[in-house]
Design a protein around this ligand. Structure first.
Ligand SMILES: Cc1cc2nc3c(=O)[nH]c(=O)nc-3n(C[C@H](O)[C@H](O)[C@H](O)COP(=O)(O)OP(=O)(O)OC[C@H]3O[C@@H](n4cnc5c(N)ncnc54)[C@H](O)[C@@H]3O)c2cc1C
Length: 519
């Protein structure tokens, strides 16, 4: 007999995993011996009240001593001689499209402008050493895409678009810790994710898929409204009739290339702002109400949503125990983002703090048409560079000073390795953004007084939260509305915002291509 039960425990009791069978037997009012199998399927912390609780959900099998749990099934085929599907970009969208294609007996050929994971790590180390970005191998470009060196947070609000659990299962089957299958807020960590990504690549290659790293697609060839091939930066042409375009939203050159061929693009709302950082200790105190056994709890997370002047201002991609990193992809721009190692133990807590941006906010950029948002984004990234300290040194300000509109004469320690330099962010951030962010911080600060403290800073700019452009596609077939065989996919196409939603989109697109080929 299979049963599901929920147990609520104190953090102290929740640590005693050896006692779980006993807790379950008490709730079920049966002897421990009758429990043939017990599995934790949900784990969350309820810190809404001072009396913090851990909520656990178990699947339990009773009186079935020979019970064997179902295995997660993934059955890729050998696709060496199968029909080829080209994929631009080895980010989550491209990789999960490829994983699904090998299940569906199709051969993925992946073109990635960046390097494989090992060379990418070396390039990032060189970037820190030289205080200079490598424009094709960085925190956004390379094997695994933008999410490889991230917190690896695997939660998404887009569960309606597909099977979130399937993505978690595939990450688990490729080396992620089993806890991602039951944690309410699963995450992998920037120290573990590269190995998982490498395992995914090896799986695809073992089954006949092909990767071309350090290979940028510079043009797509269209004949009579149909995809016909790709031009690569090494001068060669790759013939294909099915193309997954999952190049992410940092690849501004891809949008420009599409526009130069009169391929329909659409502007969309997006969000930009700054990254804020606090000592993790303060966040723990706020979120866990000064709980005395804080060491039993993970680094606390927060989620801020405020509405100011009819616009959403919110925290984004919060990285507990994480670090702020330089995520630029070109010279003369500063873009920041955040990541955490699996243990989330840096001592800092950072999050994007961004303000909704709509087309009507971009009057000065109207002349750029569909590229208004993209140009505004570049403008802000260059402003951050001009107001930083040169190279990758980012502009920063204490939050208290930002609110008071005054310069910070000194800055507290920050996790951002290239260094920060004091800047009057309130002066150069566009007025509507500056005002909305300031107001939202004050509103939250009224509720959580400790949040705005002497050590709380902001670093500019957090500009790549979502794509300012959508590449329109058919809702059912996922094919571009005008170009046959072109499948815009993932975050850069405007259909995802995060690792899991991009991966789901990749799987959906792969299924659609397989269906079309079969029909
Ligand atoms: C530092 C950081 C931390 C993040 N943390 C999280 C997190 O914890 N959780 C979360 O859900 N999301 C996180 N994100 C966001 C997440 O990484 C993205 O939403 C996700 O990676 C988008 O997936 P994608 O496959 O659509 O695009 P991308 O991951 O951007 O991948 C696109 C790939 O295409 C390649 N490419 C671009 N142009 C070309 C071309 N012309 N030819 C060949 N290749 C090309 C790029 O090099 C890149 O590898 C983070 C992002 C960053 C930068």
């Amino acid at each position: 007999m299979l049963k599901q039960i929920d147990i609520t425990l104190s953090p102290v009791d929740a640590q005693k995993t050896d006692n779980y069978t006993e807790y379950a037997s008490k709730i079920l009012k049966i002897s421990k011996n009758r429990i043939s199998y017990i599995k934790l399927v949900k784990h969350s912390i309820d810190a809404r009240q001072r009396d913090i609780k851990v909520q656990l959900r178990f699947v339990i099998v009773i009186d079935e001593p020979n019970y064997k749990p179902e295995k997660i099934i993934f059955e890729p085929k050998n696709v060496t001689n199968s029909k080829e599907v080209a994929i631009i970009g080895a980010g989550p969208a491209g990789l999960f499209a490829a994983l699904r294609l090998i299940e569906l007996r199709l051969k993925p050929i992946i073109f990635e402008r960046g390097q494989d994971i090992h060379q990418r790590k070396r390039d990032i180390a060189t970037m820190y050493k030289n205080n200079k970005i490598n424009i094709n191998s960085n925190y956004c470009y390379g094997e695994g895409g933008a999410g490889t060196f991230s917190d690896g947070k695997l939660y998404t609000r887009s569960s309606k678009r597909g099977n979130v659990n399937r993505i978690l299962e595939l990450f688990y089957l490729h080396g992620a810790n089993e806890n991602i299958l039951y944690e309410a807020h699963p995450h992998i960590g920037s120290d573990k994710l590269p190995k998982v990504i490498e395992n995914i690549r090896n799986r695809i290659i073992e089954h006949g898929g092909i990767f071309h790293f350090n290979t940028q697609v510079v043009d797509i060839i269209i004949v009579n409204g149909k995809i016909n091939g790709l031009k690569l930066n090494n001068g060669s042409i790759f013939k294909t009739t099915n193309l997954v375009l999952s190049s992410g939203h940092s690849a501004k050159d891809v949008y420009k290339m599409l526009a130069s061929k009169n391929i329909l693009l659409a502007a969309k709302d997006f969000a930009m702002g700054v990254r804020i950082e606090n000592p993790q200790e303060i966040i723990n105190k706020i979120q866990y109400h000064n709980y005395s056994k804080i060491e039993l709890l993970p680094a606390a997370i927060y989620n801020i949503v405020q509405h100011v002047n009819g616009k959403g201002v919110y925290s984004f991609c919060m990285c507990p125990g994480g670090v702020i990193i330089p995520a630029s992809t070109s010279d003369n721009e500063i873009v920041v983002n955040g990541m955490s190692a699996s243990k989330r133990n840096s001592g800092f807590a950072n999050a994007g703090f961004v303000c909704e941006i709509k087309n009507e906010d971009l009057t000065e950029f109207k002349k750029f048409g569909v590229f208004a948002g993209l140009e505004f984004q570049s403008h802000l990234e260059q402003l951050a560079f001009n107001n930083g300290g040169g190279g990758l040194i980012a502009p920063a300000q204490r939050i208290i000073d930002f609110i008071k509109k005054k310069k910070s004469y000194d800055l507290p320690k920050s996790s951002y390795i290239p260094g920060i330099s004091s800047s009057e962010i309130h002066n150069w951030l566009p007025k509507f953004m500056s005002e909305n962010i300031s107001k939202a911080l004050q509103m939250y600060g009224q509720r959580e007084k400790d949040f705005i403290n002497e050590n709380a800073i902001m670093i500019g700019v957090e500009s790549r939260t979502s794509s300012p452009i959508r590449i329109p596609r058919n809702r059912e077939t996922f094919e571009h509305v005008e170009i046959n065989g072109l499948y815009p996919c993932g975050e850069g196409a405007g259909y995802a915002g995060g690792i899991v939603s991009s991966a789901i989109d990749g799987m959906n697109v792969a299924e659609s291509i397989a269906k079309k080929i079969k029909d």
